[in-house]
Design a protein around this ligand. Structure first.
Ligand code: XMP
Length: 522
């Protein structure tokens, strides 16, 4: 539990895949909330936490199974509004005297439509207003409530959930079968808004407040120990570094590894921003030769990645060792990097995707982790970055892969090819900025192809490299489409690259989607 002067809402987690989205919706409404696994929510915890409202999340278990999870009965005696969602609805109904039945033909997964009951309640103000008389919701349940608890009434029904929305407005208990937190319940936000208004939240939990709280948490965790942070210059590690620096100042040292595979001007930008502007202790590990010498003659993509990953860890470890006595490693891990689940036999279990850059380091070096962004989504990290005054140039940055230009240089990597690629890429990005397209594209980059082609310039024959431009749009990097540049843009960009970058005489545009392609060329 975190100390805070704000009114707080407790989310009791029963292990739903989308519990974090509830927290996210509440943060959008400027409400302070914490998620706690049901195992930790005891009577004593509830009294100490003193929530202004409670939400019981969904979960994978069946309340009809003996020994399935329950919140303490005290939840219903606190005198505060309670909202049960999916499993949370069912557990609420059963504990308050209703009945739940297992599946048998009434399971609903995905889109469903809820129609209103005869009476209206404030929780549903703004619902059923668009003339269709129904609301789209997202369901994911096998079991369903077959008899509502005494005191409750039905305020909405769907074909598979006769008690899709049930409530006892007198006690301020609300129970919905669907998930109002997901995108596919388009009016879900209104429902949360009505719920928190009913509970009396004033909406004072802003990004500014989040920042103060995060700073306090970092100080509590770290005490007077030293922290090292792998800084890549990407949004996540930049925001994490600035936040931690604000919390503990000189106790933080950042390590920026320059592997010689960065884009033009990148190392200077990062060093200037963090060392000069923020006055951070920053180790600029200039290890270009180490990486490029080992990569010499290597053309297999996976071998390139392995070499870079291994050297990265060596270099990081070497420089981190120089800091002396660091007890913590800071990482810009975001919520989507964290897969959180509740293990029903034991306590909550947390699995973290191993990070490409520093994978295995914490154990190897005996470091504890500081991950101040681990409950945030990417756009929230950007808002926090703005709150911290980080320039837009850093906040809006496109993602850049750990192995850098190595995987944009198919075939053998040479210093000459990297140099050509860097200059051509800079022209391309300049074009994208000039045409105001930077924020519309997820990732634009160039690959230098391992072929030379014949051209003619100044009445003479040229024999230079060909390059491929790539630009994709995507929501999460898992699937992607190519960006539909105009022919004028492509023509102008090709002309500029060939005129301004010696070493390239042919430009192509990659129009492969993902799948079947990948975003990177290797
Ligand atoms: P692909 O090429 O797999 O890329 O479609 C999806 C996203 O992941 C990035 N990417 C990487 N990032 N190490 C990284 O840190 C890697 O080895 C790597 N490979 C791809 C890629 O830039 C895109 O954003």
């Amino acid at each position: 539990m975190t100390e805070t002067s704000h009114d707080r809402l407790l989310i009791v987690d029963f292990g739903s895949q989308v519990t974090q989205l509830i927290a996210r919706r509440l943060r959008e409404l400027n409400v302070y909330c914490e998620i706690h696994p049901y195992q930790n929510v005891t009577d004593g915890f509830l009294r100490d936490f003193a929530p202004r409202a409670v939400i019981l999340s969904g979960g994978p278990d069946s309340v009809t199974r003996e020994g399935s999870p329950r919140p303490p009965a005290l939840v219903f005696d606190l005198g505060v509004p309670v909202l049960g969602i999916c499993y949370g609805q069912q557990v609420m109904m059963q504990m308050l005297g209703g009945k739940v039945e297992a599946g048998q033909g009434t399971a609903e997964f995905g889109r469903a439509w809820v129609t209103p009951g005869a009476e209206r309640i404030d929780l549903l103000s703004g619902w059923f207003m668009d003339g269709s008389g129904r609301e789209q919701v997202w369901m994911s349940h096998g079991d369903h409530v077959s008899e509502i608890a005494p005191g409750f009434q039905v305020y909405g029904t769907s074909p598979g959930a006769p008690f899709a929305i049930a409530a006892d407005p007198g006690r301020r208990f609300y129970a919905v079968q669907f998930h109002p937190e997901v995108h596919h319940t388009p009016n879900g936000r209104t429902l949360y808004q009505n719920f928190v208004r009913e509970a009396g939240f004033t909406g004072d939990w802003t990004m500014g407040a989040y920042r103060e709280e995060a700073i306090r948490r970092i100080r509590d965790q770290v005490g007077d120990a030293r922290v090292i942070c792998g800084l890549s210059g990407g949004v996540d590690s930049s925001v994490a570094a600035v936040l931690i620096h604000e919390a503990i100042g000189e106790q933080l040292t950042c390590v920026f590894v320059d592997h010689g595979l960065l884009r033009q001007g990148e190392a200077e930008e990062v060093v200037t921003m963090f060392r000069d502007h923020y006055n951070m202790a920053l180790i600029h590990a200039s290890e270009q030769d180490l990486f490029l010498d080992e990569l010499d003659g290597v053309s297999d993509p996976e071998t390139k990645r392995k070499i870079i990953g291994r050297l990265f860890i060596d270099v990081f470890q070497k420089h981190a060792g120089e800091v002396g006595g660091a007890e913590f490693l800071a990482q810009g891990t975001l919520y989507p990097d964290v897969i959180e689940s509740v293990s029903f036999s034991g306590g909550p279990s947390v699995t973290i995707k191993s990070h490409h850059n520093v994978g295995g380091l914490p154990e190897k070096m005996g470091l504890k982790l500081v991950e101040p962004l681990r409950e945030l989504f990417k756009d929230e990290v950007r808002s926090l970055g703005r709150e911290l005054g980080l320039p837009e140039a850093f906040i809006g940055r496109h993602p850049f892969p750990g192995p850098g230009l190595a995987i944009r240089c198919p075939g053998e990597i040479t210093r000459d090819k990297l140099d050509i690629l860097r200059r051509a890429d800079a022209v391309y990005i300049d074009q994208i900025r000039k045409h105001g397209l930077y924020d519309e594209i997820w990732q634009p980059f160039e690959a230098i192809l391992p072929v030379r082609t014949v051209g003619v310039m100044d009445d003479g024959r040229t024999y230079e490299f060909a390059c491929a431009l790539r630009a994709v749009t995507t929501v999460d990097g898992m699937t992607a489409d190519y960006y539909p540049f105009s022919h004028e843009f492509l023509g102008e960009t090709a002309t500029r690259i060939i005129n301004e970058v010696k070493g390239i005489n042919r430009v192509t545009y990659d129009i492969t989607s993902k799948p079947p392609g990948t975003i990177e060329w290797e």
